[in-house]
Write a protein of this length. Sequence first.
Length: 221
Amino acid sequence: MYFSVITPAREHVRAAVRDMAHAPYGMHQWLWKFFGDDADAARDFIYRRHDIDHLPRVYIVSTRPPVAYSEDWEIQTRTYAPQLTVGQRLSFVLCANPVVSKKGVDGKSRRHDVVMQAKKDALPGARAPSAELVEQTCLAWLQSRAAKAGFELVGATVDAYRQQQASKRAQGDAIKFSSVEFSGELVVRDAAVFQQTLVTGLGHAKAFGCGLMLVKNSVER
């Protein structure tokens, strides 16, 4: 596995920013340029976009190292094999797509935004979910997935909640999804399982930049 950071080349910032797609699905298509142009290939990377000083920066975990397709972009790549131990305390940031599965009247199970589902169940007449509902619902979602992902959640906050939509080219209806920015601390409880979480991601909507958890050592208080 490889961990890479893609940034605009210093001498080509304007060209790089123009070249970069901004829509969620367009972003996914743009990233494929760094891994070849086989549109039918299975996606073998997860990513997270995090702009710094208004300049795009993309973090990627992939089975193949990305290759710059133009001089507008610079890539820093290293092998990615996290050394984890049970009991290790880490700080993390995560952009995730919290959903809950519900069966419809037709008996088929469908995914629903956990926040909007909670609002519908608790406050059916409300126009928008409250900040308290967003925090409680999203943290409960993350907590419910911690053990199966190999970690124990020590503490976390919801830093942002966004509802987005994306279209796959001109085909079909727009795909609507939510993304939630988490940050906090965790303790590794199953090193092998947690390592798999780090390389494959947590949750759904990975094609739209969700799922990649970035971690670093944390000083225990």
